[in-house]
Design a protein around this ligand. Sequence first.
Ligand code: GLA
Length: 371
Amino acid sequence: MREIERRAVEVYRARFAVDPQVVASAPGRVNLIGEHTDYNGGFVLPCAIDRCVAVALGRGAGPLYSVEFDDAEPCAGPPTGTWVDYPRGVAWALAQTGAEVPAFQAVFTGDVPLGAGLSSSAAIEAATALALATLYELATARTELALLCQRAENQFVGLQSGIMDQYAALLCQAGSALLIDCRSLASEPVPLDLESAGLSLMVCDTHVERSLAKTGYNARRAVCERAAQQLGVAQLRDADESDLTHLAGEELRCARHILTENARVLAGAEALRQRDFAAFGRLMFASHASLRDDFVVSTPELDAFVEIARASGALGARLTGAGFGGCAIALVASVEVGALAQTVALGFAERVFQAPTCYVFSPSAGAEVVR
Ligand code: GLA
C-alpha cells in the first residue's frame, strides 16, 4: 500500500471505527497527443501519472468524505456541482445497469493536482467504480467500468466528455502510453521509455481556471457533431480530408483539427515505437497549433508555455487535455528540465501571468485494488 492509500485507510478507521472492506486507487493522466478526438470516434494516446486518488470504502450508512475538501456528503442525492457528484454519479450509473447498490461509506484522498486538467475527477470515478465492483462482487470488465464512469460524467455530472480519461485511469500500464481506439475501445500499450533517451515529460500547470471548460467543451462537441451530420457520416472519424471542401466556418475548422489530429496520433504512436522522439516532438507542436488555430481551445498562457519551450530547445510541446486553461506538456532533455522551469517562470512573470507549477511525472499503471 502506498502512503496515500494508507492515509485513506487511517481516516476511514478514525471516522467509522471499523476497517474498510475495499481500498482502491486510480491515477490522473496526461494526454501525449490526440485532443478532442475521443468523442469523434478517433484515437488518443494518454499515459497515467504517478499521482492518484485513493478510496477506502465499505458497506454502511455513509457519508462519503473527502480529505482534501474536508467535506462529508450523503452517498446518494442529486448532482450538486461539487466533488461528490463523481462518486455519486458512479453509484447512480451502476444502479442504472440494474445492479443492486446498497448504501456505502467511503473516504477519498489524493495527490492529483485538482482542477488542472490532469483528470482528478476521472480518477475519483475510476477508483469508486473499481472499489464498488469489488465490494459488490460484480465481474465487470475494465472497459465496461470506463463506460460506466463516462455515463456518470455525461448524464450525472453533465459534461459531454469522451472516454479517454476514464479509460486511461482504468487501463494504462506502467512505463507505457496507451493508444486507444475510442470507437472499438481496443487499446495497445506503446512503450514510453523516455529515461533511457535522456528525456522527460514536463507538465506545466498554468493555474488558469478552466471556468469555460464545461460550456466551451460541450459547444465544441456540438460543432463536431454538426460537421459530421453535414458530411453524412456517423462520426468525424469516418470523414477524410477531401470531405473538408464541403464544410465552412466553425464546422470546417473543427473537423480539420479532428482529421489531422487523428493522423498525428497514429503517426505519433509509430514514432514512439521507433523511438523517434524528434518526430514525436514535431507532431506535438503541430497538434498545439491545430488546437490553437482550428479548434480554438488554447489560452495565452498555454501558448506562451509552448513558445518558451520551443525557444528553449524542447523537442515538442502542446496543451494537454480539453484546453481552456489547465496544463501544457513539453518533451525535453532531462538535464534541461530545471532551466526550462525557470525560463517559464520568468516568462510568465514578464507577461504578468500567474506563477505556473511545473512537474515531471512518470508513466504509471492504471487503477488497482490494493485491499
Ligand atoms: C477532457 C475529456 C476527454 C477528452 C479531452 C480532450 O479531458 O474528459 O474525454 O475529450 O478533454 O481531448
